[in-house]
Design a protein around this ligand. Structure first.
Ligand SMILES: Nc1ncnc2c1ncn2[C@@H]1O[C@H](COP(=O)(O)OP(=O)(O)O)[C@@H](O)[C@H]1O
Ligand SMILES: [Mg+2]
Length: 253
């Protein structure tokens, strides 16, 4: 059989996120981040009047910080608050597949986001700097790619919101970084922040299922996974003990 190499199109890399997501006020954010995001949303809501005064509107946002602390969720919540669709492009996937095609693919995705008046999230944004230390061919192509992205960012229409997210902000080209007017950091939660989060997560279950061990010095995502596993265990144990107490229908032998 002949093996045919299928070419990936830009749209093959896009994730449209239609699933329900948290609202901004449900995300546990630092006060600074809350203030900055509320300002961002208010500017976007009053876009036209601000433009009449020739005021620049923040439309490029950079989210960095520890994994599982809310970057992707925040980007989705911003889109939800603005009542816009979100197009998520994971640069980790698109860059590793075919470096030569990547610039073209990313250009198409930018166009699509503008056309559809969507929020564009470039996730794993650090992926476009990483290959630079590899062989010469890759490094030339990577530089070209970085330049293409800089150009796309510079030409982005003022009413299109671009969000970049990364766990590794230090590897990102400073020329790229400079383009983002708003930069927000996501830190690992402190004990009292995690306690508030545990309380919030557990408040959705009956009292009897809230007795779970709380671990600290972990991300929100890890805390959520641990809590849900523990609550599921308690619910299942409760169901099983109910069954054991019920009289058997067939009496047994
Ligand atoms: N600050 C937060 N507040 C509420 N939930 C959070 C927060 N951070 C993470 N989570 C939960 O953990 C999951 C993974 O978080 P995510 O936003 O994907 O993290 P990141 O993109 O920073 O790696 C989310 O779906 C959300 O339920
Ligand atoms: Mg993420």
């Amino acid at each position: 059989m002949q093996q045919r190499k299928t070419k990936m199109a830009a749209t093959d890399f896009i994730i449209y996120s239609n699933e329900p997501t948290l609202s901004l006020n449900e995300i546990h954010l630092s006060d600074d981040n809350k203030d900055a995001l509320s300002q961002l949303l208010r500017e976007f809501e009053h876009f036209e009047v601000l433009q009449q005064y020739n005021l620049p509107i923040v439309n490029k946002v950079f989210l960095s910080g520890h994994t599982g602390c809310g970057k992707t969720t925040t980007a989705k919540a911003i889109a939800k608050a603005l009542n816009k669709k979100i197009i998520i492009l994971n640069l980790g996937n698109i860059v590793s597949s075919r470096l030569g095609e990547t610039a073209k693919n990313i250009t198409e995705v930018f166009k699509k986001a503008t056309r559809e008046n969507a929020v564009l999230l470039l996730d794993e944004f650090d992926s476009i700097g990483k290959l630079r230390d590899h062989d010469d061919k890759d490094s030339v192509e990577m530089k070209r790619l970085v330049n293409t992205i800089i150009q796309l960012i510079d030409e982005l229409p003022a009413n299109t919101l671009l969000i970049a997210a990364t766990n590794h902000p230090t590897v990102i080209d400073t020329a790229l970084l400079r383009r983002f007017q708003l930069k927000l950091k996501f830190y690992m939660p402190k004990n009292e922040e995690l306690d508030a989060y545990y309380n919030w997560l557990l408040s959705k279950f009956p009292e009897a299922f809230r007795k779970v061990d709380r671990k600290y010095n972990i991300s929100y995502a890890e805390a959520k996974d641990r809590t849900f596993s523990a609550v599921k265990g308690l619910i299942i144990a409760h169901e099983e003990s109910k069954k054991q107490r019920e009289p058997q229908a067939n009496g047994g032998e």
